[in-house]
Design a protein around this ligand. Structure first.
Ligand SMILES: Nc1ncnc2c1ncn2[C@@H]1O[C@H](COP(=O)(O)OP(=O)(O)OP(=O)(O)O)[C@@H](O)[C@H]1O
Ligand SMILES: [Mg+2]
Length: 1040
């Protein structure tokens, strides 16, 4: 096997050797690093944790919280609003004592002799004080209104929760009590000790135990695994032991000791979870080799590159887990699309729950800057490209970047993808410059110039051409199929003639023989047909069904009926007419015109084999794991552009389903005119990935320099230039800045930023400083070209803000970049305008769109007065959003405005993301203070756009509107209901909810609840902590 150009050494050491090595070590890499502080910094052994925890909660620096408004969940659960908190805490402390006594008693009994339910009800009432204040939402007690089916589950987990509480008691015991004792004995001893503790000592522990009580109450439920078994406790002990061994081994990392633990330095529980949750029994050879590379063991930066479906993500995930569990450092995982982020959050939430780390979503309007500081848990931030950049900025600003031990960038070739590529480059350049402790890993299937990227990231490289299923590439010309073979002179080798019998009418309708190609594989096998445009996807799906035999209708008939019903529910009674016609045949289309909910249903049905064919655009090839036996490229174009090699590779790479198919095939349908270009397409090397900092008039480099100055990373021209030497742009400077030197570029950017009033140059020192507007711009990730306009719009808005309707605020957060895509239908505009209230019409006139203008336009008259068309279009989009918020029915709104539902959905999601950007923008500008409160709520409304009661359920990743309705109607009304649900019962109660989905929903709900509870806990800790700068008592001498 090709293992890349590095010498690979694999060494194994036994567990015994590992612990010995660990015992000899005296300094962890994290400690060497120093300065990280807090619980996140360099982990000690497991036995030191309890003491550390206490010290942390008393002595730690005041936490750097975002203001409430930065918290997108800010309206929930704020402890600070509870004025009688301390009194309640005191009461709770009394209850805690009573409970501890009871727990000791219970511990000594057989489980069969648990107190009767009435007693438990009584115990519960003891906690009511606490429950009133915070646990309404987060309480761990059974819910009065929990569905009956769940009560039984509650009873079962009672046992688990009690055990958790006892184990937690352990955590607060002294190290000496912990040492060298079995878990069970420790538990009962801890209980007895608690029982006999004297009152004085108890009082001194009061605050800590109350804090623990709060945390336990809030967390134990959230963290309770869905399937609690009696052996869990034992397993947990094994896990922590293994983690401790691995951590110790980490301390002694050197070239001699490269293999650190039972499962690549991780507890064997991780291996079990990989099997249980993913069905992965063992690693591919290349995955093992890669994980054992010296450079990986030494935490050097790494780029690895393998064909699609090669299993790249798994390697990154194992390295992430190692960082989170063994090095106790946070990790950032950057993925290119919101849907991919959500899929990963769903997939990793169960790992987080089982292995005790946080999984935090940074996508769309979700994610808090800077993230909540977690004292006792590490966090995995899973983010989109843009949110990842914001997160890194906020961590730099709060001096916490060192807490991030690893940054992983999936689909690293996106570096060369327009303005998004520029954002990845800025993010990585900042990490490289600001934290030499943070490891960077990037992976991709389509990297041409790895050397450049290696130089930029100072990274090692590992490449392999492994694919779990062999891929055979073909092209079709007329009725001949050729196999792609780069060794052949013309790249193509004759394979076979296509066997089909077409009538003349069919030949006209399907000249490319798509039907013949697909019916060779469906319905038994799956097939993807990539089409150049969205419309073409729908046409191809429709056309194929027209000629499919009746027997296709019988294949998995019932499941298709269910799918159609779900599609109908998701559209509030409407189903796309194309899907209504094609789904019974097992065929659907897939492109950005589908709503998120439809897309998810279609993807799931395809994964489960209910649908056997998808006609899709290239978006499906970007990272979504939906392989097919056969992939057909209907033409070598995306819209009017000839395919790029990387696009081609991504598409054909979907062929072959690991574990199902023995081979995957791709067929590119060609016309004679495309033959020569297609030869290059299938045989040429991969395109190079180029820096995009200078793309689009240097937008990228301008915003980079602005944020460098704003974050105080660079304060002079020289420093800016130094920084730029660490970019991909610098590596490729000769290809990219031919005419100008880098110095000229910097000079020019500084001039532009000054002109825009975003930075100022101090005349005497030549120091660069960001202005308030500049700071607001980079903090809000607002495009430089529109930050001035945004400021003006918001300031003008304040002069007469309309607050008895959402319209004005919606107008202000309608993204500027969507305006160009909108061509209003003036009749519809006028009709909608006339339905507005007088105040709303007045507001429209005030921003520059008076009724007279819309009326004239609707009547087809020429308009002389100079109304800015962009403003009118923006108002039109605001009206769409306004209707959406009022009705929450995407389909009827799309219909009313004659827009595609996909466009309306994109408008909604872009607006919610922009709304959160505007919120951050206004937070930096005092004069815009009123927007802070208003936009926090608006972001939330836009993010979900459903009835308020469904929002808490939809916060859980993977729960869409129709599912939320089902859950709500079945009695699962809050996040806590979901977190406490039994997945088995859930999937039985909720129609068409597969067990796997139910598991993921419950795991995600637990994770989210966990996250909220931990955030509250941080607030409690902060609230109860004595300030470090408390004025000390003056000594008598000083007084004299
Ligand atoms: N060792 C393994 N054994 C079995 N299945 C595996 C293994 N490693 C990964 N897989 C599975 O293979 C599939 C493809 O893996 P993955 O998505 O990581 O590929 P990838 O290389 O990232 O592909 P792409 O370039 O398309 O993103 C996934 O379903 C994954 O669970
Ligand atoms: Mg991948």
């Amino acid at each position: 096997m090709n293992c890349g150009d590095r010498d690979i050494r694999i060494k194994r050491v036994s567990g015994r050797k590992r612990s010995r090595d660990g015992a000899q070590s005296h300094m962890t890499p994290a400690r060497k690093r120093g300065g990280a502080g807090g619980a996140g910094a360099g982990g000690g052994g497991a036995d030191t944790c309890p003491t550390d925890r206490r010290v942390t909660s008393i002595m730690a620096q005041p936490a750097e919280f975002c203001s409430d408004t930065e918290d997108l969940f800010g309206d929930y659960d704020s402890l600070l609003g509870d004025s009688s908190l301390l009194a309640k805490l005191d009461d709770a402390e009394q209850d805690e004592r009573r409970r501890e006594l009871q727990l000791v008693a219970v511990d000594q009994q057989d489980l069969a002799a648990l107190p009767p339910p009435e007693d438990r009800v009584h115990n519960r009432s003891c906690q009511d004080v606490l429950t009133d204040s915070i646990l309404d939402v987060l309480g761990d007690e059974p819910f009065e209104d929990l569905p009956v089916s769940q009560m039984q589950f509650e009873e079962q987990i009672g046992e688990g929760v009690k055990r958790n509480k006892l184990q937690d008691g352990d955590n607060t015991s002294t190290p000496s009590r912990n040492a060298g004792d079995s878990g069970h004995r420790r538990t009962s001893e801890a209980g007895t000790d608690r029982h006999t503790d004297d009152k004085t000592r108890r009082r001194s522990r009061a605050r800590r135990s109350v804090t623990d009580q709060l945390k336990r109450t809030m967390l134990c439920n959230a963290a309770a695994p869905s399937n609690i078994s009696r052996s869990v406790g034992l397993k947990e002990a094994v896990v922590s032991e293994e983690i401790s061994v691995a951590m110790q081994a980490m301390e002694t990392v050197s070239t001699e000791t490269t293999d650190l633990g039972p499962f690549f330095g991780l507890p064997s529980k991780v291996k079990d979870l990989m099997y249980k949750l993913r069905g992965i029994k063992s690693l591919y050879d290349w995955q093992e080799t890669c994980l054992n590379l010296d450079c990986v063991q030494q935490r050097k930066n790494l780029i690895y590159s393998l064909p699609t479906s090669g299993g790249k993500t798994l390697v990154a995930e194992i390295l992430i887990l190692r960082e989170l569990l063994c090095r106790k450092k946070d990790c950032l995982f950057i993925l290119p699309y919101i849907s991919l982020v959500q899929e990963k959050v769903r997939g990793l939430a169960s790992f987080g729950l089982e292995l005790d780390f946080m999984v935090e979503e940074y996508a769309g309007s979700k994610g808090r800057f800077p993230p909540v500081k977690r004292r006792n848990q590490t966090s995995l931030y899973i983010s989109t490209i843009e949110k990842g950049h914001g997160l890194v900025n906020s961590l730099i600003e709060s001096g916490r970047l060192d807490n991030v031990g690893l940054v992983v960038v999936d689909e690293l070739h996106m570096l060369g993808d327009g303005s998004r590529g520029a954002v990845i480059e800025m993010t990585l350049a900042k990490v490289l410059y600001m934290s030499n402790k943070t490891q960077i890993i990037g992976m991709s299937a389509t990297l041409g110039n790895i050397r450049d990227l290696q130089m930029f990231l100072k990274a090692e490289n590992y490449s392999n051409d492994f694919r779990p299923v062999q891929l055979k590439e073909y092209v079709k010309l007329n009725d001949t199929i050729y196999e792609v073979d780069p060794k052949e002179e013309e790249c193509f080798r004759f394979s076979r003639l296509l066997n089909y019998k077409y009538s003349s009418s069919m030949q006209k309708i399907d000249p490319d023989h798509i039907i013949a190609l697909v019916t060779e594989v469906i319905p038994t096998h799956s097939c993807l047909v990539f089409c150049p445009t969205k419309k073409n996807c729908e046409n191809v799906a429709g056309m194929i069904c027209k000629y499919l035999k009746e027997e296709f209708l019988q294949h998995r008939r019932e499941e298709k009926v269910v799918l159609l019903r779900e599609l109908k529910d998701s559209g509030d009674g409407s189903v796309c007419p194309v899907l209504r016609r094609t789904v019974p045949y097992g065929v659907a289309y897939h492109h950005s015109g589908l709503t998120t909910e439809e897309r998810k249903l279609v993807e799931e049905a395809y994964s489960n084999g209910v649908l056997c064919l998808l006609a899709c655009t290239s978006t499906l090839a970007a990272g979504i794991n939906l392989p097919a036996r056969r992939v057909i490229l209907r033409s070598p174009y995306v819209a009017a552009d000839f395919l790029k090699r990387s696009q081609y590779k991504q598409m054909v790479g979907r062929a072959g389903r690991a574990g199902i198919d023995t081979v995957g095939e791709s067929i590119l349908v060609l016309q004679d005119k495309d033959r020569t270009m297609a030869q290059t397409l299938v045989c040429a090397p991969m395109e190079n990935c180029r820096s995009h900092l200078l793309h689009d008039d240097g937008k990228g480099i301008l915003s980079l320099i602005l944020s460098l100055i704003g974050l105080n990373i660079t304060t002079s021209m020289e420093q800016v230039r130094d920084f730029l030497q660490g970019t991909l742009l610098y590596v490729q400077r000769e290809q990219l800045c031919v005419e100008r030197s880098l110095w000229d570029v910097v000079q020019q950017c500084v001039d532009v930023l000054q002109e825009k009033d975003l930075i100022a140059v101090m005349s005497h020192t030549q120091t660069l400083q960001v202005t308030k507007l500049g700071k607001a711009t980079y903090k809000g990730s607002v495009d430089l070209s529109c930050s001035g306009v945004l400021y003006q719009d918001l300031s003008r808005g304040l002069e007469g803000l309309l607050l008895n309707s959402y319209l004005h605020l919606l107008y202000l957060v309608t993204p500027y970049d969507m305006v160009a895509q909108c061509k209003p239908d003036w009749m519809i505009f006028f009709r909608q305008f006339t339905r507005l209230s007088a105040a709303e019409q007045k507001m429209s006139a005030a921003v520059g769109v008076p009724e007279s203008f819309v009326a004239r336009k609707a009547a087809g008259q020429t308009v002389k007065n100079n109304v800015d068309l962009a403003v009118a279009r923006r108002m039109y989009l605001a009206l769409v959003l306004f209707s959406l918020l009022r009705e929450t029915n995407l389909w009827s709104v799309a219909d009313r405005f004659q827009l595609s539902r996909g466009f309306v959905q994109t408008l909604l999601s872009s607006s919610s993301a922009f709304c959160s950007c505007v919120l951050h923008f206004t937070e930096e500008l005092e004069e815009l203070w009123p927007f802070k409160a208003l936009l926090t709520e608006l972001t939330r409304r836009l993010s979900y756009c459903v009835k308020a009661e469904l929002i808490p359920l939809m916060e859980v990743v993977g729960v869409m509107e129709s599912r939320a309705k089902q859950l709500y109607n079945a009695g699962y009304k809050t996040l806590t209901h979901l977190a406490n649900a039994d997945p088995a019962i859930l999937s039985k109660t909720i129609e068409n909810l597969y067990k796997k989905q139910a598991n993921q929903i419950v795991a995600s709900a637990k994770m989210l609840l966990n996250e909220k509870a931990a955030a509250l806990q941080e607030e409690v800790d902060d609230l109860l902590m004595a300030p470090l700068d408390l004025p000390a008592d003056l000594s008598t001498e000083q007084l004299l």
